[in-house]
Design a protein. Structure first.
Length: 176
């Protein structure tokens, strides 16, 4: 199996813009854990689904997830240490697999919502497993559930909004 990346300069610039949005959305956590838990999933759902629709090429999400993971692992800017940054790549891998099932790429709302739900589940579960088993944090069950459950609701909300926004942005870009 040969993986072919056919991104042009426009696609790369748009990926850079979406990556910047992903990085900037991390500042949301400065408002507190409740605000972060509610709005992080919504913002990321919007950003990821919009990026997939607007760029519209296979491996868009996988590349964004990989670059974001490299940034997090190299800067160790996540609570939970550098390895906790691997959660984004784990989620991006699952989301990429799901949205590739649609033809054209990321064009099916149901698959986008399933994919972004699984992104939230896999990325947050990976994060919890890393901080518990690798870094040795002892967390009660309610805290583990609190790390995962809100994102199972907020990521699909963001994914739905991202689907609507992404299609509007794509139509505007194509009409220019």
């Amino acid at each position: 199996m040969v993986i072919k990346f056919d991104f042009n300069k426009r696609d790369i610039v748009m990926m850079a813009a979406f990556l910047a949005l992903m990085v900037l959305s991390g500042f949301l956590w400065l408002a507190g854990i409740v605000v972060g838990a509610i709005f992080h999933g919504i913002l990321w759902g919007i950003i990821l689904v919009t990026a997939a629709i607007v760029i519209g090429k296979k491996y868009t999400i996988l590349i964004l997830g990989l670059i974001y993971t490299i940034i997090n692992v190299s800067l160790a800017n996540m609570y939970g240490g550098a390895l906790a940054g691997l959660n984004t790549f784990a989620g991006a891998l699952v989301l990429e697999l799901i949205i590739q099932m649609a033809s054209p790429y990321a064009s099916d709302l149901k698959l986008d919502l399933i994919g972004i739900f699984l992104f939230g589940l896999v990325s947050r579960t990976t994060y919890a497993l890393i901080i518990i088993y690798i870094y040795g944090m002892v967390l009660p069950l309610w805290a583990i559930i609190g790390l995962i459950l809100p994102h199972l609701i907020t990521f699909p909300i963001g994914g739905y909004l991202g689907y609507k926004i992404g299609n509007k942005v794509k139509n505007v870009i194509e009409s220019v």
